[in-house]
Design a protein around this ligand. Structure first.
Ligand SMILES: [Zn+2]
Ligand SMILES: [Zn+2]
Length: 253
């Protein structure tokens, strides 16, 4: 395991225990670290950091590898929770592949962080996401389905992520993303983003359609069954071997 001492952890917890700020972002969200424990996984040895917040009862977590507290240039991946994909292995999206790729990458580095944000279905919540799936079953595409439910295309807000990094005293990060715009979003909340690390996945039987298909509206991809795969994480994946023209198409609006 990594080498945090109980004293280091206790210091951080004590700091957080008395933390109280005005909050960040449009919702003035403030988070606190509540608990930290070792988390050995099939992807490597991590610690898990559990956060509470002043807005709702969502328990956000950070999965951390190595010495990250008070560190510079820490590789960070943001992952939005997806019950259907992350847990059930749903093929309506590629969240699980993306999460596994991030954990695998960080598991092999000296240090890094996955912020696991409990904002299901682009922030619209599980029930609304399933409603959107259902509308999609009836022929609407994802964007249309979300709009029909009265939501914007993307309801997420990265203020929580920014505060979580601040709570852990991360001085600067290298963001693991294929979407340069995401760096700007975090910078707006005061995170020092020094670099971008491309997020690249190995091809497998579930994502090989990326290598052969064209991007559709809002970065949707059509799979072998003719179904649109939902881009539920905020930045589409790059699969090893994907054509440059397709990558460009996914990131140009
Ligand atoms: Zn705060
Ligand atoms: Zn998903």
């Amino acid at each position: 395991m990594t080498t945090f001492t109980h004293e280091q952890i206790q210091l951080l917890l004590d700091d957080n225990n008395v933390h109280d700020c005005e909050g960040i972002g449009r919702d003035k969200v403030c988070v606190r670290i509540e608990a930290i424990a070792e988390l050995p996984t099939r992807f490597g040895d991590f610690h898990i950091v559990a956060f509470s917040n002043n807005r709702d009862d969502k328990e956000h977590v950070a999965i951390i590898k190595g010495e990250v507290f008070d560190a510079e240039d820490v590789p960070v991946r943001l992952h939005s929770k997806c019950l259907t994909g992350d847990v059930m292995g749903s093929l309506r999206c590629d969240c699980r592949d993306q999460l596994e790729a991030a954990l695998k990458m960080i598991g092999q580095l000296d240090r890094g962080i996955v912020l696991y944000l409990r904002q299901e279905g682009r922030g619209i919540g599980l029930i609304n996401k399933i409603r959107a799936y259902s509308l999609q079953d009836q022929g609407l595409d994802t964007v249309e389905a979300n709009l029909a439910l009265g939501f914007r295309d993307d309801e997420r807000d990265y203020a929580i992520a920014a505060h979580m990094l601040m709570s852990m005293k991360i001085n600067s990060i290298r963001l693991i993303t294929n979407n340069p715009k995401k760096m700007e979003q975090l910078k707006e909340y005061g995170v020092k983003v020094v670099d971008r690390i491309p997020h690249i996945m190995e091809p497998n039987e579930h994502n090989r359609f990326y290598l052969e298909t064209k991007a559709e509206k809002s970065g949707h991809m059509i799979d072998f069954r003719g179904k649109a795969r939902l881009p539920e994480q905020s930045d589409g994946p790059i699969v090893k071997g994907m054509k440059d023209s397709l990558i460009k198409e996914l990131y140009e609006e």
